[in-house]
Write a protein that binds this ligand. Structure first.
Ligand code: ATP
Ligand code: MG
Length: 772
């Protein structure tokens, strides 16, 4: 018996052995869904299925790479190399490269990233003289994106009175026209945005039956990971491709559907069962990733969601530590605490920084964590935020390269036509753009024929345009014979891209020059890798890899073991020994923008479920009592999600403050193993100590900190004047009678009999009870 089959439990093995027909695996976090997909592919190949006939769609390209490496260890490298694996976007971009001409696109089409798209939309809004407040480019792009992901073309939009009505209602009657112009411009520029990669694939498969048949024959076995987060456009592609053989295996977890804001549709799971009535359903229930405390705590949270499929998750792993809940005074303190805790855990348990991960709801939260880690000398890397390829100096070089491949690429051209400054001003660019639209040509073509058209451009500027064109054309000629690295190097030299930076000499400029060097190194690595893989080393392929790099695939400056920082959205499918989820505060998590409807709130809760279930051994949940948001210090309340975790899995700790003055009156150290009850000072005492310190001017208490200490001293929060027999009011459960009290300080709980939900044990510090 092969060893890989031995490393699976019974239901996992059955799913791996199920060779043909449609199948779906719906199972909770950490139950081995991705593992089953991986071994299933290996097993298919062992059974003689040609590796060319297998398509596997993953959430990141990195996940695909890791799966491939695993598969290679079972079937060998030469076979696994032929597998089609990657994100929807990268796989279908690859197909469009060979098929795009059928749709009227050049096969060397450019892929616009979201920055390019926003710039183009801004330009269109300006041309149409629309109000930028009313038509916010990012919002309009979001709307267009949602049309595309639902397969609503421009024509379909104009045939749909409801959609038009909605935009009219939102005082944006021009959305349809912007959409039309945007699509036209992209088409003319030979460019596709991210959503087009799916939309145009759908168009290709729908309009060209022989092309559809070709790919149906090719992809006889299709697998999709993280199926719960596919959108309509992706769903239709998968359905079309699997239509002939029906060998389709999807895996997912409805409780981890967290991308509905991008059009992901949880319904796809339910549709799947309708589309394939003979579907075989597999359930995996055993979690192998996490301690039982973590699994149970996560279950106790997700249980609160009304919309979910029935499934169990259990583990035979040890209980492990309780989940640590930490309260800190400010976001700065939170960062320092996390850094301190990571450092101590690393020392005490002989771990390396890559055993740790810090998760947050929004990107802007990373700053405080980064500062603290940097001060402690702990290496970290951030996923998301501005990726390497999005930096200005890098995008500028990439824009030159893009034009060499596709001279019609307007967004790239506009970026660099006057960079480095060569005296081609905004008015000239506007005139060129108008002429290009008028003659239905690209700006590049207009410049080529600048002597033949009267654009009221003066001779001096014309000369500058001519010089620019001469340079670009000579680079184009060179690009015919040089490899990607050589061309990039030539571009940097000829266009004098780092000359100014080198002269500048400021640390920022030096770091930009280093980034340019890093890009060149990156291209060299790309060529070496591709040669090894036997792949295509062309500039086109390089640019495509760059355009489709997800935040995870983006090039990192170095590969030292480091703490991973990322938003929860990006952490899907990953696992770390220690996980810190920070900023568990109302309005931050759940986000203020997602608290208005039950379905939004349920999505936030799923996000919280995803966060907790990333942890293998230990999880920390932290909240600050004050936080800088939008430049202001605001008071924060603990997140309702903390209250929702069954209390038996929690351990409340309050770290020693990093400010020694504050330490005198803040609770005992987290690493103190004193019993729960005496970890916290009595609020009254704390308040007095605080006042004394302020009087002695030993500390300056920010306004809000004062408020915090007042808040903590409200009698019913910790020491509580609630007694058995009181009637109390809870904001969700309504009125109830206190029938028991237990614990002390922040762990003090009241057992209450509510008229609505019966008996409940609530932590007083979260329950916000009013005695009535
Ligand atoms: P998620 O929902 O977070 O994507 P998942 O269901 O895809 O999780 P995996 O990542 O495949 O789960 O597995 C979680 C962890 O459990 C991995 O480290 C995996 O190697 C391990 N694992 C899964 N099944 C087994 C098994 N039968 N024996 C030992 N380890 C297993
Ligand atoms: Mg997975």
């Amino acid at each position: 018996m092969s060893t890989y089959l031995d490393s699976l439990n019974e239901p996992q093995r059955q799913a791996v052995l199920q060779k043909d027909g449609p199948m779906i695996i719906i199972a909770g976090a950490g139950s081995g869904k991705t593992r089953v997909l991986t071994y299933r592919i290996a097993h298919l190949m062992k059974q003689g299925v040609d590796s060319f006939n297998i398509l596997s769609l993953t959430f990141t390209n990195k996940a695909a790479k890791e799966m491939k490496a695993r598969i290679a260890s079972v079937v060998g490298n030469s076979e696994s190399r032929n597998l089609w694996m990657g994100t929807f976007h990268s796989v279908f971009a690859r197909i469009l490269r060979t098929e795009a001409d059928k749709l009227g696109f050049p096969t060397n089409f450019t892929i616009y990233d979201s920055q390019d798209s926003v710039r183009l939309i801004s330009a269109i809004i300006k041309e149409k003289n629309l109000n930028r407040e009313q038509y916010k480019p990012k919002q309009i792009l979001g709307r267009i994106s949602s049309f595309k992901n639902s397969l609503i073309t421009v024509k379909a939009y104009f045939n749909n009175p409801e959609l038009q009505e909605a935009d009219l209602h939102a005082s944006r009657p021009e959305v349809g026209n912007i959409y039309r112009t945007y699509v036209d411009r992209c088409f003319k520029a030979g460019a596709m945005d991210f959503d087009d990669l799916l939309l145009r694939t759908n168009e290709l498969l729908a309009r060209f039956p022989e092309t559809l048949a070709k790919y149906q024959d090719r992809f006889r076995y299709i697998m999709v990971d993280e199926y719960q987060d596919t959108n309509h456009s992706q769903y239709i592609i998968v359905r079309a491709l699997a239509d002939k053989f029906g060998n389709i295996c999807v895996v997912g977890d409805d409780s981890q559907s967290i991308y509905s804001f991008r059009g992901a549709n949880i319904q796809n799971i339910l549709n799947f069962q309708k589309d394939y009535p003979d579907v075989k359903t597999f359930k995996l229930e055993q979690n192998y990733r996490s301690t039982s405390n973590i699994v149970n705590a996560a279950n106790s949270v997700i249980e609160k969601n009304k919309t979910k499929l029935d499934k169990e998750v259990w583990t035979s792993n040890d209980p492990g530590e309780a989940i640590n809940v930490m309260r800190t005074i400010s976001d700065g303190e939170e960062g320092r605490f996390v850094a301190q805790s990571i450092w101590e855990n690393q020392m005490n348990h002989q771990l390396t920084p890559d055993d740790f991960c810090v998760l947050y709801r929004t990107n802007s939260q990373s700053r405080a964590i980064e500062d603290a880690l940097r001060k402690k000398g702990i290496d970290y890397k951030i996923y998301g935020g501005i990726s390497f390829y999005q930096r200005k100096e890098i995008k500028d070089i990439l824009s030159y390269l893009r034009i060499l491949i596709n001279p019609n690429d307007e967004e790239a051209l506009k970026r660099i036509i006057n960079y480095p400054a060569r005296g081609i001003g905004a008015t000239t660019i506007d005139r060129l753009t108008i002429a290009a639209n008028h003659y239905k040509k690209s700006i590049f073509d207009i410049i080529k024929y600048i002597d033949k058209i009267d654009l009221k451009i003066n001779t001096g500027t014309k000369n500058k345009l001519r010089n620019f064109m001469t340079m670009m054309q000579s680079l184009q000629v060179e690009s015919q014979t040089k490899n990607a690295f050589e061309i990039a190097e030539t571009v940097v030299k000829k266009a004098q891209l780092i000359k100014d930076l080198e002269k500048d000499g400021t640390p920022e400029a030096v770091s930009k020059v280093e980034n340019v060097q890093e890009l060149l190194n990156g291209i060299k690595d790309f060529i070496t890798d591709k040669i090894e893989e036997g792949g295509d080393t062309s500039l086109t392929t390089f640019l495509e890899d760059v355009a489709l790099a997800t935040d995870f695939d983006a090039k990192k400056e170095d590969d030292k073991p480091s703490v991973s920082l990322m938003t929860i959205h990006q952490s899907k499918g990953l696992e770390y020994m220690y996980v810190y989820v920070v900023g568990l505060e109302e309005s931050l998590f759940p986000s203020a923008m997602s608290m208005n409807t039950r379905s939004e709130l349920e999505e936030e809760r799923r996000l919280f479920y995803v966060a907790i279930t990333r942890a293998e051994k230990v999880a920390y949940l932290s909240y600050a009592q004050t936080r800088y948001r939008w430049g202001k210090l605001v008071d924060a309340e603990p997140s309702r999600f903390l209250e929702e975790i069954d209390d038996q899995y929690l351990n409340y700790i309050t770290p020693k403050s990093t400010n020694p003055a504050i330490n005198n009156f803040v609770d005992k150290s987290i690493f103190d193993d004193a019993p729960k009850g005496i970890r916290f000072q009595k609020p009254i005492q704390r308040k007095k100590m605080e006042r004394d310190l302020v009087k002695k001017k030993e500390i300056i208490i920010p306004k809000n900190l004062k408020k915090v200490s007042q808040a903590t001293s409200k009698p019913n929060l910790f020491d509580g004047n609630i007694v058995v027999g009181n009637f109390v009011e809870h904001n969700r459960f309504g009125t109830g009678e206190v029938i028991g009290l237990e614990g002390n300080g922040p762990n003090k709980k009241a057992e209450i009999k509510f008229g609505t939900v019966g008996k409940k044990k609530l932590l007083l510090q979260f329950a916000k009870l009013k005695v009535i």
